[in-house]
Design a protein around this ligand. Structure first.
Ligand code: FAD
Length: 382
C-alpha cells in the first residue's frame, strides 16, 4: 500500500537532514531558460523557453492536407434532379478558411427553398457548412465515414493563417480574390465565437529569419488582420535567429473547436449518419435533393479530382506547458513550428506532397525535436 506523503517526507528528513534536503532539492530544480531582457509587445508575461526533449514526447501523429495547386473548390453541379455543392481542397489552411469557404458554398443555395440537405463529411468544412445551412433554415443530415475527432481537421496544428492553400503561380486571379474573401469572412466569424469556449485564444507568433523581410512577402494581403506586427532585429528578441517577424493571431485547439461545433449542430436538431460512400453514384443515391460535398481528400476518388493531392504532415506532442504563450515558426532544418496548445505542446512538422503513407516517421520526429532543442538552447542570449 502506498505510504501517505507526509510520512515519506518525515522519513526522508530523518535520513538526510533538513539542510542537506534543501541543497538536494535546489540541485534538482528544472532549468528553464527565461528572460525579462526583451519587451513583450502583447503578452505581459516574462519570456520562457519550452522544455523540449525526446523523453517527454507523448506521441507523434500524421495527417494529410487536401491540397490543390489551383486552390480549393467551391461550386455547384447539377446531376439530374440533384444539386451537388462542392466545398473541399483547402490544403494547409482549412481551419482558418472554414466559415468563409462554407459561406461561399451556402451562397450556392440562394434562391432555393430550404428543405432537407445532406452534408458529406464531418471535418471542419462539413460542420461549418452544416451550421450555416441550419442558420438559413435547412434540415441537415451529416453523412460521414469518420466522426469529427478522427478527421484531418482534428490533426490540424491550429494557427489562424490561410496559407499553404494554393500555388500562387498556378491559381487564377478569381481564385485569389475568392481566397481573400473567404479568409476575411472566416476571421470575422472566429472572432465572433466566444474565444476559449471554442478553443480559441490570441497569441504572439514569431517567424524566424536570417534577413529582415518586407512583411508583404508572406501575408501582406492580410496584414490588417495581424495586430502588433513588427520585424525585430538582433537584440530585440530572445531567439537564436538574427531576425524575427512578430504577429499576433488566433490559435485553435481543434479538439475543442470540433466538439463545440458538433454540439451546436446537434442542439439545432442535426443528425449524424455513419456511411462510407464508394463513388459518385453512391453519393447521388441519397434522397436529399441538395448534397454538400465536404469530403476533403476523399473528393479525389468520389468526384475524380485528379488535381487533389495529399500533403502529409507530421506533428510531435509533448505535455502542455501553460508557461509558454507564444508560437514560433522556423529556426532550423526543414519545416518547424512550436504551438503551446492547452491540450499539448505541439512541434511540427512536415509538408510532403503526394505522400499518402499514414505511418509516423521516426527520423522526422527526431529531427523536429532536436532542431527545436538546438533552437531553444540559445534562448535569451541573442
Ligand atoms: C499536420 C497538419 C497541420 C495543419 N495545420 C493547420 C493550421 O494550423 N491551420 C489551418 O487552418 N489548417 C491546418 N491544417 C489543414 C486543415 O487541417 C485542413 O485543411 C482541413 O482539416 C480540411 O478540412 P475538411 O473538412 O475539408 O476535411 P477533413 O477534415 O479531412 O474531413 C473530411 C470528411 O469527409 C469524410 N469523408 C471523406 N471521404 C468520404 C467517403 N468516401 N464517404 C464518407 N465520408 C467521407 C471524412 O470521414 C471526414 O469526415 C493542417 C493539416 C495538417 C495535416
Amino acid at each position: 500500500m502506498p505510504r501517505p506523503k507526509n510520512q515519506v517526507r518525515r522519513n526522508l528528513l530523518k535520513t538526510i537532514g533538513a539542510g542537506a534536503l534543501a541543497t538536494t532539492l535546489a540541485g534538482c530544480a528544472p532549468m528553464v531558460a527565461s528572460s525579462t531582457k526583451y519587451e513583450r509587445a502583447y503578452s505581459r508575461k516574462p519570456w520562457v523557453a519550452p522544455r523540449i526533449s525526446m523523453d517527454n514526447v507523448i506521441r507523434s501523429i500524421v495527417g494529410h492536407r487536401p491540397y490543390r495547386p489551383s486552390g480549393f473548390v467551391v461550386r455547384s453541379e447539377q446531376y439530374d434532379d440533384k444539386t451537388v455543392v462542392h466545398n473541399y481542397g483547402h490544403g494547409g489552411g482549412g481551419i482558418s478558411l472554414s466559415w468563409g469557404s462554407s459561406a461561399l458554398a451556402v451562397r450556392e443555395t440562394l434562391g432555393m427553398q430550404p428543405g432537407e440537405v445532406a452534408v458529406i463529411g464531418s471535418g471542419i468544412m462539413g460542420l461549418t457548412s452544416a451550421r450555416l445551412l441550419q442558420d438559413a433554415g435547412w434540415k441537415v443530415s451529416i453523412y460521414t465515414r469518420n466522426v469529427a475527432r478522427h478527421t484531418t481537421s482534428n490533426v490540424a496544428a491550429g494557427e489562424w493563417g490561410p496559407f499553404s492553400v494554393h500555388d500562387p503561380d498556378v491559381s487564377s486571379a478569381a481564385f485569389k480574390s475568392q481566397l481573400n474573401w473567404a479568409a476575411r469572412v472566416a476571421h470575422h466569424a472566429f472572432t465572433n465565437l466566444g474565444g476559449a469556449d471554442y478553443g480559441i485564444r490570441w497569441l504572439e507568433g514569431y517567424f524566424m529569419r536570417d534577413t529582415p523581410l518586407d512583411s508583404s512577402e508572406e501575408d501582406g494581403e492580410f496584414a490588417d488582420l495581424y495586430p502588433y506586427s513588427a520585424i525585430l532585429g538582433p537584440g530585440e528578441h530572445p531567439f537564436a535567429s538574427p531576425y524575427a517577424r512578430r504577429i499576433v493571431t488566433m490559435q485553435f485547439d481543434p479538439g475543442t473547436l470540433l466538439r463545440r461545433l458538433v454540439e451546436d449542430f446537434q442542439i439545432a436538431d442535426g443528425r449524424f449518419v455513419i456511411r462510407n460512400f464508394a463513388d459518385r453514384d453512391d453519393v447521388l443515391s441519397l434522397t436529399e435533393p441538395v448534397i454538400f460535398n465536404c469530403t476533403g481528400l476523399g473528393a479525389a476518388k468520389l468526384f475524380d479530382d485528379n488535381e487533389l493531392t495529399p500533403a502529409k504532415g507530421q506533428l510531435v506532442f509533448l505535455p502542455p506547458d501553460p508557461a509558454i504563450d507564444y508560437m514560433t515558426f522556423g529556426g532550423g532544418q526543414g519545416q518547424l513550428y512550436m504551438f503551446p496548445r492547452s491540450d499539448v505542446l505541439l512541434l511540427g512538422g512536415t509538408f510532403k506532397l503526394g505522400d499518402y503513407s499514414t505511418h509516423v516517421e521516426d527520423d522526422e520526429t527526431a529531427r523536429i525535436v532536436s532542431e527545436h532543442q538546438k533552437f531553444f538552447s540559445d534562448f535569451g542570449e541573442s
